[in-house]
Structure formats: structure tokens, C-alpha cells
Design a protein around this ligand. Structure first.
Ligand SMILES: [Fe+2]
Ligand SMILES: [Fe+2]
Length: 193
């Protein structure tokens, strides 16, 4: 459904279940970074009016998710921990060469964003299906639906602003590369790691 080439190993859910508090902090920052990405796209590409409109809405929605996760952290008697570096994203954004035309740079950023949303969606789905804590499973089910919408929106914009065949080729090679990253990571107590 998401085009991902390597499904998450279901054993990752066991790691999550043993580290819920760490996962929630990591997850909260994923939402914050999604909001920051939306704002940064507005600042970098202000002339793309339709994109700007959608990114305004998205940044609000992602901060809404951030609040949902933060509320859950508080309910569990904790406070938000410190952010840690996201090895998955660091590796991912090495894929496309830096530079190129403005449109090329925009397409690359949209494809990275689409992929991060797709992988988040896949992992939230797994959590919604496998977590023993049914309330938490429900929470992830709701978020999974939102992230699926974000993934398709970013891909739609990449195909709209770039040349479709070229975008599709790039998307496919990025998916292959991501599968390799997931082989090496994909087993840590974090949303993407
Ligand atoms: Fe989100
Ligand atoms: Fe999202």
C-alpha cells in the first residue's frame, strides 16, 4: 500500500512494548520535526502558493499530534525527554546529491518527506495492530490514518512540480535505498530506528 520495499520486522513491537516512555518521547519529536519540515518548506519555496497553503495546515496538524503525544506523556506521569538524533533520517537525506535546480531541490525534499510519512504510517499501523495496550493501539490507529494522507500529499506535490516519469524513477530508487537503511537499523527503541 505504501510502496515500501522492506516491511518492519514485527519483533520491533516487542522492543517498543518494553520501552514505551522512550518511544513516546521519540515520537513527540517526530511530530515536531514534521511540523518544522512543513514550515521550512514554506520559507524555502514561498512562491508555490498551493504548497504553502497545505503546509500551513500540515504544520498545525503535526503540532496537534505533538500535543496528543505530549498529553499522553504527562498522563503517564512523565515529562518530555530530550531530543536524540534520528539516525534513520540522517542516513536517508544522504541519498540525493546536493544542489541542482530549485525544482529539483523541491522534488527531493518532497520525496524525503513522503518517505518519512510512509514509514511512520507503516510503523503506526503495526503498533495499532500488535500493541497489547488497546488504548495505545487505538491512539496509533488514528495517527496512522493521518500519516497515510500526508504521504500521498507529498507524493502528489512531487509529481505536480517535477516531471512525472523522472519523479517516479527517483521515488523508486529512494525506496530501494530506504530498504537498505532499514536492514541496518529497524530494531531500536525509536519510531524509525
Ligand atoms: Fe503526524
Ligand atoms: Fe505526518
Amino acid at each position: 500500500m505504501l510502496g515500501l520495499k522492506l516491511p518492519t520486522d514485527p519483533r520491533w513491537v516487542n522492543i517498543v512494548e518494553k520501552n514505551i516512555d522512550e518511544i513516546l518521547t521519540d515520537h513527540a519529536y517526530c511530530e515536531q520535526k514534521a511540523a518544522s519540515t512543513a514550515i521550512s518548506l514554506i520559507v524555502s519555496f514561498p512562491e508555490y502558493t498551493e504548497l504553502v497553503e497545505e503546509m500551513i495546515a500540515l504544520s498545525r496538524e503535526e503540532m496537534g499530534h505533538f500535543k496528543m503525544v505530549h498529553d499522553l506523556i504527562k498522563k503517564r506521569g512523565n515529562s518530555l525527554g530530550r531530543d536524540r538524533k534520528d539516525d534513520y533520517v540522517i542516513e536517508l537525506i544522504k541519498f540525493f546529491p546536493k544542489g541542482g535546480s530549485r525544482t529539483t531541490q523541491l522534488v527531493h525534499r518532497l520525496l524525503y518527506a513522503a518517505l518519512i510519512e510512509a514509514r511512520s504510517c507503516e510503523r503506526f499501523r503495526l503498533l495499532s495492530e500488535e500493541l497489547e495496550d488497546k488504548k495505545l493501539a487505538d491512539f496509533y490507529h488514528k495517527l496512522m490514518i493521518s500519516e497515510a494522507g500526508h504521504y500521498t500529499m507529498f507524493l502528489k506535490f512531487a509529481r505536480k512540480y517535477g516531471e512525472v516519469d523522472e519523479v517516479n524513477k527517483k521515488w523508486n530508487s529512494l525506496l530501494e535505498y530506504e530498504a537498505q537503511i532499514m536492514k541496518d537499523l529497524g530494531n531500536k527503541e525509536s519510531i524509525h530506528g
